[in-house]
Ligand binder design. Sequence first.
Ligand SMILES: [Ca+2]
Ligand SMILES: [Ca+2]
Ligand SMILES: [Ca+2]
Ligand SMILES: [Ca+2]
Length: 245
Amino acid sequence: MNRKIKSILGSILVIAMVTAMLTVGTKSFFSDLEVSTGNTFTAGTMDLKIDCNSKWYDAAGNEKGSIYFDEKDLIAGEDKFFNWDDIKPGDHGEATISIHVYDNDAWGWLHLIDVKNDENGLMEPEIAAGDNTTDEGEMNKYLQFMIWRDWGEDGIPGTNDEGEGDNILQDTEEIVFKGTAADLAGYECNWLGPYELKACVTYYFGIAWQLPFDTGNIVQSDSFSFGIEFYVEQIANNPNPQPPS
Ligand SMILES: [Ca+2]
Ligand SMILES: [Ca+2]
Ligand SMILES: [Ca+2]
Ligand SMILES: [Ca+2]
């Protein structure tokens, strides 16, 4: 190998070594990378569900009818808490309705709608009892209701303590209404509330009813009927809640 070729080979070797060193230098830089993906705005949800456990008994305590449904979205005209035909003096019953709101805390209201006192024709015993109003039934003056918070001994909903949601009124539980069907009808189109409803807590309400023994013939064939509307609204950003107009 002559001197010129050796020199060229030497130069190539030096270039290769420098290139290799530069390459190693590039790969050794400290580095870091931060990534955020999927940034999204999704609206919250609010879902009200109601369930019912309702019984009708005669004076001797024999069950005459029952309605039960687990928590659901109510279908108007289909899901009823009471649907009793042929009740008589001495009959009584109880319905426990529970209210659940999911995903977010809510303000809740309720009121009665479509209250009706139907005469359903004037029977001879009714006329004999002094009924002279053919267009208005009298059941609402005799049928008694009592509504209480079935929240147990601690008076707090959702703690599942003794007596909570058991369909029985204990001394510690608060009665929120007691009176005749006519008194109850005072809440027609008159929103009750707002009540604070915590998400995922079950709020049990007991509704006891009876047609007293001393109810006379004047209510034969009469009926009292009503609907209930429940309304909820978000609590967040809503410090001065107003009932629906
Ligand atoms: Ca009448
Ligand atoms: Ca409780
Ligand atoms: Ca109870
Ligand atoms: Ca009547």
